[in-house]
Design a protein around this ligand. Structure first.
Ligand SMILES: [Zn+2]
Length: 272
């Protein structure tokens, strides 16, 4: 009986895999998987890679690393010192291979090199890292503005913070309220039980206020063909009131002094 069940599960898995593999309409630019469509999550249809489980924010980041000269792996990662918060295993593998020194960090996880509070990192010296990477981390940090200041401090001059955050579509100002403390209320207001805010369009301005020059990469930074093939935008717009349909990746260059900022952030265009 147990053998039959195991066999049935195996058959289902093979059929499912074959169904998703052909025709080869979409491609994951993180792991290279190609297939019919990505998998759905609770808010969006067809967005997560069935092979590596990476989503739109990860593929947007990789599209930039692979296609935008200024933010290429060669410029930002290869031979550099990297601090990666809440590391995604699949991405960590690539950074580890390319970087001169690669350190992982998290507040709760014990499988990282450093167990640190991003908003207070006395164990990390000034100017230590060439890049700090934190994809969808700041919404979990109680004082995210302090975390941005700490990231600025530990970055070397000219180093990059590479950030993504959930941003509700068309929300102008980041919404947070410290009186919202229950998991149920956080789901209702911020979209997830452990989220402490939902970011708005003011996020890049807040980063710039901490002494960075910010460039925004979104699906419009890439060709229509790449947008569709790599699914850099949800194939079906989610109607969930808190959904982030327009994902953005922020490349934030540490300016020598906050007052040295002269450029305003701009959406980046890939040359491809
Ligand atoms: Zn993948």
């Amino acid at each position: 009986m147990r053998k039959t069940k195991r066999f049935a599960r195996r058959v289902i898995s093979v059929c499912r895999s074959a169904f998703y593999s052909y025709p080869q309409k979409v491609q994951c630019n993180v792991c290279g998987w190609t297939g019919r469509s990505f998998l759905s999550d609770s808010w969006h249809e067809g967005v997560n890679c069935p092979n590596c489980n990476m989503g739109i924010r990860h593929r947007l980041l990789f599209a930039a690393l692979q296609n935008i000269d200024e933010f290429s792996i060669e410029r930002l990662i290869r031979g550099k010192t990297i601090l990666h918060f809440a590391p995604e295993e699949r991405i960590a593998r690539i950074y580890k291979r390319e970087a001169a020194a690669y350190i992982t960090a998290d507040f709760l996880r014990t499988d990282c090199n450093l167990q640190v509070d991003m908003s207070d990192m006395p164990q990390v010296g000034n100017d230590k890292f060439d890049a700090v990477i934190a994809l969808d981390v700041l919404e979990h940090v109680p004082d995210y503005q302090r975390a941005l200041e700490e990231i600025h401090r530990v970055l070397s001059p000219g180093g990059f913070a590479i950030l993504t955050v959930p941003q509700k579509d068309n929300l102008l100002v980041t919404y947070e309220d410290p009186s919202i403390v229950t998991e149920e209320d956080r789901v209702k207001h911020f979209g997830q039980r452990d989220h402490l805010r939902i970011f708005g369009e003011d996020f890049p301005s807040v980063i710039e206020g901490k002494g960075f020059v910010v460039s925004v990469v979104d699906e419009s930074s890439f060709s229509e063909d790449a947008q569709k093939r790599n699914v850099l935008f949800p194939p079906t717009i989610s109607n969930h009131p808190l959904a982030t349909n327009h994902r953005k990746a922020f490349f934030c260059k540490k300016a020598s002094q906050p007052s040295a900022i002269t450029e305003r952030y701009a959406t980046f265009q890939s040359s491809n």
